[in-house]
Design a protein around this ligand. Structure first.
Ligand SMILES: N[C@@H](CCC(=O)N[C@@H](CS)C(=O)NCC(=O)O)C(=O)O
Length: 211
């Protein structure tokens, strides 16, 4: 039997979510090992000492960056054409997401850890990115046009995390296109399929296959 890759994952982590979204779309099956961030399995740390999820262990090696896992899965099989559906300027949004937006998101969500920063200003900074997405999404359902692309799946989990820092605030904003985009994602079978709850993995447990 061919080796089924192992994915160390954490349900609510947006990086792990984007990896699971790509794996689910590609149909690439993995052995899912749910982890607890404060008690990471030694086997995961042995494979990837930096200690972040997601971590994918394949026959050929360890992939411990979420975007690399997305590309790995979709290079093997991309039935939705997620990679092709992405022009360069949309791909650049992923860099903005992972850089300044994620920083501002963390500074909003974990404001107590940043006593020198004004949480309102951090949120305003994050909202600049949402405004950019909103403009792109005006008149089209997805960032690249009519079809979902890798950028949508790479960015949506972070926008969800940002919206959930204060849903009343989110709903009151004039970002109707971004709000519709996020709402459609949250209501999708695609989202439901990656948000199954698993008990944390322990050595010796039965294999849990995903998707
Ligand atoms: N650049 C990494 C970032 C992954 C990351 O930071 N994941 C967080 C959870 S959302 C993590 O594992 N943090 C380590 C910790 O909290 O101990 C990727 O894209 O995979």
């Amino acid at each position: 039997m061919p080796h089924t890759p192992i994915l160390y994952s954490f349900r609510r982590c947006p990086y792990a979510m984007r990896a699971r979204l790509a794996l689910a779309s590609s149909g690439q099956q993995v052995q899912l090992r749910e982890i607890v961030l404060r008690d990471k399995p030694q086997a995961m740390l042995d494979a990837s000492p930096k200690g972040t999820v997601p971590v994918l262990i394949t026959e050929k090696g360890v992939i411990d960056e979420s975007l690399d896992i997305m590309h790995w899965a979709l290079r093997r099989n991309d039935p939705e054409g997620l990679i092709n559906a992405m022009p360069d300027e949309i791909a650049a949004l992923i860099q903005l997401n992972d850089g300044p937006f994620k920083t501002a998101l963390d500074q909003t969500k974990y404001a107590v850890r940043y006593p020198d920063l004004d949480a309102q200003q951090s949120r305003a900074k994050a909202a600049e990115f949402i405004a950019k997405l909103d403009t792109i999404l005006n008149g089209q359902p997805w960032l690249g046009g009519d079809r979902a692309g890798l950028a949508d799946l790479a960015i949506l989990p972070f926008v969800r995390q940002f919206a959930h820092t204060d849903l009343d605030w989110w709903t009151a904003q004039p970002f109707e296109h971004a709000q519709r985009w996020l709402a459609a994602f949250k209501a999708s079978d695609r989202f439901a399929a990656i948000m199954t709850k698993y008990t944390p993995w322990k050595d010796g447990d039965d294999v849990v296959l995903f998707p």
